[in-house]
Design a protein around this ligand. Structure first.
Ligand SMILES: Cc1cc2nc3c(=O)[nH]c(=O)nc-3n(C[C@H](O)[C@H](O)[C@H](O)COP(=O)(O)OP(=O)(O)OC[C@H]3O[C@@H](n4cnc5c(N)ncnc54)[C@H](O)[C@@H]3O)c2cc1C
Length: 232
C-alpha cells in the first residue's frame, strides 16, 4: 500500500467512510458521483476472498444502476430463473418462492452473484474516481465530535494519525467499531446457523438452475468446480 504521506488530501474529507465492504464501497461511489470528497478507511489489506452473500434483489439492482454499473453488474450476476425451495428431510416442499421474472425496480426479482467478484467491481469503480480515496490497512480507533464535523483517529502502517471530516459513516459490518465508539445499542437476536456455501462454475450443458435448501444439505445450484466456505 502507498504511504499515507502520499495521500495528504485524504487527511480531510467531506465524508469519512469506515469499511470497504459492499456497503462502504457503494456509499463512497454514490457520494463521489455527487461530487463529494470521500475517504474510506479499511483495516484489512485485501478484500475477504470467500463467498458470503449470494443473491441480490431488484431493488439492490436499481442501486447498482444508480452507481453507473449496470453492465458491470449484469456481467457478473445471473438472474434466478425459477423458484427457491425449502424441503424437509422427506423431500417435501415446505416453502417455494417464485423468483422468476422482473421485479418492480426493473431488475430480476433475485440474481445470484459472488460477493468477492462483486466487491472487486465496486473497488475498481471507486479506484477510478479522483474524489474517492481508499486507504487499506488503516483501522479507525477513535471518533471525536467537533463543532463542524468529526476527527477520526486511525492506526495504519505509518502509526497513528487523524483525519477531519464533516461526516463519518460506519459501514464496518456486524461487529461495528463505530457503533461501539458512539455507544449505539444493538439487540442481538442471536441468529445462529451453520453455513456451507458452495461456489460452483456451471457446465454449459447444465439444466436450468433450481435453488433448494434441505436440512443438513447445502443450497444446490448444480455441479461444477466448487469452492466452499463455512461460518455460523
Ligand atoms: C457465511 C455468510 C453467509 C452470508 N450469506 C448472505 C446471503 O446469502 N445474503 C446476504 O444478503 N448476506 C449474506 N451474508 C452477509 C453479507 O456477507 C454481509 O451482509 C455483507 O458483507 C455486509 O456488507 P457490509 O459492507 O455492511 O459489511 P462487511 O462486508 O462486513 O464489511 C465491513 C468492513 O469494515 C471493515 N472494518 C471493520 N471495522 C473497521 C475499523 N474499525 N476500521 C476500518 N475498517 C473496519 C472490515 O474489515 C470489513 O471489510 C452472509 C455472511 C456470511 C458470513
Amino acid at each position: 500500500m502507498e504511504s499515507l504521506r502520499q495521500h495528504s488530501s485524504a487527511l480531510s474529507a467531506d465524508v469519512l467512510v469506515v469499511g470497504a465492504g459492499p456497503v462502504g464501497l457503494s456509499l463512497a461511489r454514490l457520494l463521489g458521483l455527487r461530487g463529494h470528497q470521500v475517504t474510506i478507511v479499511e483495516r484489512k489489506a485485501d478484500a475477504y476472498p470467500l463467498p458470503r452473500a449470494v443473491v441480490f434483489d431488484d431493488e439492490i439492482g436499481r442501486i447498482f444502476q444508480n452507481l453507473g454499473l449496470t453492465d458491470e453488474i449484469q456481467n457478473i450476476s445471473q438472474a434466478v430463473p425459477d423458484h427457491y425451495e425449502w424441503r424437509n428431510s422427506q423431500g417435501q416442499t415446505l416453502l417455494a418462492m417464485d423468483w422468476s421474472g422482473t421485479g418492480p425496480c426493473g431488475w430480476p426479482i433475485e440474481s445470484f452473484f459472488s460477493q468477492p467478484v462483486l466487491e472487486n467491481v465496486l473497488a475498481r469503480a471507486v479506484a477510478d474516481m479522483d474524489n474517492v480515496t481508499v486507504l487499506r490497512n488503516v483501522e479507525l480507533t477513535g471518533i471525536q465530535e467537533t463543532t463542524d464535523g468529526i476527527v477520526g483517529t486511525c492506526r495504519g502502517p505509518d502509526g497513528p494519525w487523524s483525519i477531519e471530516a464533516r461526516f463519518l459513516v460506519g459501514c464496518d459490518g456486524s461487529r461495528s467499531t463505530v457503533r461501539e465508539l458512539l455507544g449505539v445499542g444493538m439487540t442481538d437476536l442471536d441468529f445462529r446457523y451453520d453455513w456451507l456455501i458452495v461456489d460452483a462454475s456451471l457446465l454449459p450443458e447444465m439444466p436450468p438452475i433450481r435453488c433448494r435448501r434441505s436440512p443438513g444439505k447445502a443450497c444446490t445450484r448444480g455441479s461444477g468446480t466448487p469452492r466452499t466456505s463455512r461460518g455460523n
